[in-house]
Design a binder for this molecule. Structure first.
Ligand SMILES: O=C(O)CCC(=O)C(=O)O
Ligand SMILES: [Fe+2]
Length: 418
């Protein structure tokens, strides 16, 4: 079946789910929630709904359940607003997902946040970089498949580079995904590692400068969040930040994810349910499709994209470091809802991960973590000693076709093991 639709950046011809893509269990039927949490939990600022919507895209429907993400403000966090800091902590413990309003959030230059934070904390500049990267991603995915395929490094044991549509798996049965993505390394762009082969488009000086700027600015947000969590956890000063230095060798990466619209009569998951492998994820969405499964709930809820905001979520490393005080929530991507359903969806992600040699185990020096760990059954005796590099490799490669699914499980419990 042929389908043409507008993309997030304008009209263009859309590719189709590949033939032979596997079959997934149908997405559960969704219904109205009585409350619309995004609206119910605004910061109370006088703000029109228009400011939060992407005017050039079909509207996000108002009759689908939306997830109860708190909306936090970068500006308020930078002003050390106590209520905002408490909300950040609660969001990281309860759901592990929140919106961050990036508008007008800028740190004064002399008030340097972190010794290694040469990424400027500037929300508006990050939003601009993200916009430019959506355009770059659009160009990247419109390269011929054969060209993109040259940069799939799976056979060399690397998760950087390209993954074609349907070449990842969603479950133990080997059901194929319905997205393509491209991962590009922070260490490469900051000159900390060898330069990886990439399409000419990404080798251009201005593309590299843009990616570097976006990585530094995203990392500055990550450091801010880590600093907040560090003090709430009662860890010795800079513990979390020192495991995630901008210039430390790590698996940090930018990812573009693209999913073509799926035929009406055959809609399956685009990206399977998972928790993120690393520490803090900064995500830009424009079209809906991202869903989270809130704790103790059986109902997947959409995360409504908000203009001027990024979505922040925590990954497995934060769960391991804190004996589960912090939450890394399961999420997945489905076809965009309602009128958005005919459009190609693209998202932009920055994954911050612990430095390669960091062992993913309960951190020392915090009474709160020690107490939580002691209260857990089994204690530390059966804690697996695995470095961040090994963990990410095992999780990422296990989700490629032909990989070891059973070993790719994260901290989300038994749910995804079958
Ligand atoms: O596309 C999205 O909104 C989410 C992507 C995601 O969860 C991931 O790449 O880990
Ligand atoms: Fe994710």
């Amino acid at each position: 079946m042929t389908q043409t639709a507008s993309t997030q950046l304008g009209a263009s011809a859309i590719a189709h789910p590949q033939d032979g893509v596997g079959v997934l269990a149908p997405v559960p039927k969704l219904h109205h929630l009585e409350e619309t949490p995004v609206q119910a939990r605004t910061n109370g600022d006088d703000e029109g709904a228009d400011e939060l919507t992407f005017q050039d895209l079909p509207p996000f429907p108002d009759d689908v359940p939306t997830a109860p993400l708190l909306r936090l403000s970068l500006k308020k966090l930078l002003d050390r607003d106590p209520q905002e800091e408490t909300s950040l902590w609660r969001a990281c413990c309860d759901l592990g997902f929140f919106y961050l309003d990036l508008r007008s959030g800028e740190q004064s230059k002399r008030d340097s946040f972190h010794e290694d934070g040469d990424g400027e904390l500037n929300g508006d500049a990050l939003l601009k970089d993200a916009d430019a990267l959506f355009h770059l991603g659009e160009q990247l995915f419109s390269l011929p498949d054969a060209e993109k395929q040259k940069y799939d490094f799976k056979d060399q044991g690397s998760y950087f580079g390209y993954k074609g549509l349907g070449s990842g798996v969603l479950d133990s049965k080997g059901t194929r995904d319905r997205n393509e993505f491209y991962n590009t390394s922070k260490d490469d762009h900051l000159g900390l590692s060898e330069r990886l082969p990439a399409p000419d488009l990404l080798q251009k000086d201005d593309s590299r400068a843009l990616l570097k700027s976006y990585m530094q600015r995203s990392h500055a947000i990550v450091s801010l969040i880590l600093g907040q969590l560090n003090s709430r956890l009662g860890l010795p000063s800079e513990t979390l930040q020192s495991l995630h230095r901008l210039r430390g060798a790590s698996g940090d990466q930018v990812r573009w994810v693209r999913s073509p619209p799926q035929p009406m009569d055959d809609r399956k998951l685009a990206l399977g349910e998972h928790s993120d492998f690393g520490s803090v994820t900064i995500l830009f969405n424009r079209l809906g499709g991202l869903q989270v499964l809130p704790p103790n709930s059986e109902e997947w809820c959409y995360v409504k994209p908000l203009r001027g905001h990024c979505i922040v979520n925590l990954g497995d490393a934060m769960v391991k470091f804190t004996a589960g005080i912090l939450r890394s929530n399961i999420h997945r991507v489905v076809n965009p809802p309602g009128e958005q359903g005919g459009s190609t969806r693209m998202s932009l992600v920055y994954f911050a991960r612990p430095e390669d040699e960091v062992v993913l185990k309960v951190l020392e020096g915090s009474e709160m973590i020690r107490d939580k760990h002691a209260a857990q059954q089994g204690g530390s005796a059966d804690e697996e000693q695995i470095t961040a590099k090994e963990w990410i490799m095992r999780r990422a490669m296990g989700r490629r076709a032909g990989g070891d699914w059973a070993k790719s499980a994260g901290t989300e419990g038994e749910r995804l093991k079958q």
